[in-house]
Design a protein around this ligand. Sequence first.
Ligand code: CP
Length: 315
Amino acid sequence: MNNSLSVRHLLGIKQLTPEDIQLIFHHAEKFKKVINQPIKKVPSLRDITIANLFFENSTRTKLSFELAEKRLSADIVNFSSSGSSVKKGETLIDTVNNILSMKIDMVVMRHSSPGAPHFLKENTNTVIVNAGDGTHEHPTQGLLDSFSIREKIGDLKGKKVAIVGDIKHSRVALSNIFCLQKQGAEVMVCGPATLIPRNIKELGVQVEYDLVKAVEWADAVNMLRIQIERQASSDKEVPNFPSLREYSNLYQLNNEVLIKAKNNPLILHPGPINRGVEITTELADGEQSLVLQQVENGVAIRMAVIYLLASHIKR
Ligand code: CP
């Protein structure tokens, strides 16, 4: 196994090799043991300063990165665009350059514009970690989802994973597709035709419009949130589905679907969950659900990513 990543930044899973993914998992396993010990901290990044720049709302990812950095003993600064000078019209590059002039080594960034972290990479000298860019990629989510499935059912080669719901607006879907395929898993996407990008088959995934068939096929189902905030933004746009109730009638994961499919796959959800819309509370909190393991694993995965990328920083 290599002992360093092939990339200097984590912009997306697309740029990672299968060996990079295995290396991140190898370190995440070690860090998971660390965060379950009475002393949950290691001194690895004592001389590193990381800025967490969140230009879009987040609960899990923001807290998880912050905790991962603290567990590695890094110094951190947190920035949220709400309440900042972004509201006075400051540009992304000006905001970032001002922050970087405070001698920051690494930037973790969430932004609503696809490609924003790539733009930063081109325009700064710092190490960039993408914490979700619009509808494009959410690489650490893709990694932690695979890591959580792998913990339960082992090597993902030949395993079947269905990603269900709002594929069109989901950065989690794309990062999961790349991550699963790079480990040799088969991937299916399922949802209403209006929420499935037209050319998605070009990525080598199967497309299924019937939730029962997708659940029947899968070893694990990843239920995506309906991204209400990214649906039709004006009265002139045609909505992607008539109502949440109609969406739930066809695409909600519930006991009735599991019984019809005669299958009991692992259940994942990246959060935040619209309880009663894409999944029932019973299943979100049930025995097959990995939802809270995903959150726990997120800290270990982010520790691994930051630790490995920090080796590119000149000290
Ligand atoms: N899964 C995820 O990205 O959640 P947050 O938006 O709360 O960070």
